[in-house]
Design a protein around this ligand. Structure first.
Ligand code: FMN
Length: 171
């Protein structure tokens, strides 16, 4: 079964996870901003996306490629500061056209925010956001940054991919 990873990220953590998954599985990996690779050429897809301001950064690409994504197994890995939760599931669902989220198996991974890597303007926005964030942990993360990158957290994704191949082999 032929699969591929398509990802969208801005500061490197989604790309890092995409590369770790590629290393572990041998799947080709494409950054949506510099590829014309066609998702319909693959039988299953891994779609990786960071979350910026409560939205998947890959949402426009998904909308534009909806007809090419239909009918194939898909895993979505989101990369965010927040850990897995109903709130995060809502951000994912709200980023996508109605009903589309249920077509993905979703795995929530946690990323990295390094204030020295973002623009002055973004830093100010994060500081203001931290002031209004009612969750003390999330507020601290927003204010000072964080590094939750964890190579082992891709394990459930690797298992899902192995399952696709086993199911195919025994079909
Ligand atoms: C401007 C900005 C907004 C963000 N908004 C959110 C958010 O709404 N929720 C969240 O959980 N994390 C948020 N984050 C954290 C990112 O999801 C996290 O840093 C992620 O690892 C970024 O992925 P990337 O390195 O691939 O761009 C935000 C980060 C930045 C810089």
């Amino acid at each position: 079964m032929k699969g591929a990873i398509f990802f969208s990220g801005k500061y490197g953590s989604t790309e890092q996870y995409a590369n770790w998954i590629a290393e572990a599985t041998g799947l080709p990996v494409f950054d949506i901003k510099d590829t014309n690779a066609d998702p319909s050429e693959f039988e299953y897809l891994l779609i990786g996306s960071s979350i910026i301001y409560f939205k998947l950064t890959i949402r426009k690409w998904i909308r534009a490629n909806l007809s090419k994504l239909e009918g194939r197994p898909m895993i979505l890995f989101s990369v965010s500061g927040a850990g897995p939760s109903e709130k995060l599931n809502r951000w994912v669902a709200n980023s996508l056209p109605s009903g589309v989220a249920s077509h993905f198996e979703h795995v929530a991974l946690r990323g990295r925010l390094d204030h020295s890597k973002v623009s002055w303007w973004v830093r100010q926005m994060l500081r203001i956001g931290a002031l209004f964030n009612s969750d003390p942990e999330a507020s601290k993360d927003e204010r000072y940054g964080f590094d939750y990158m964890d190579k082992e957290s891709i394990e459930p994704i690797i298992k899902m991919i192995q399952k696709y191949h086993t199911t195919q082999a025994t079909a």
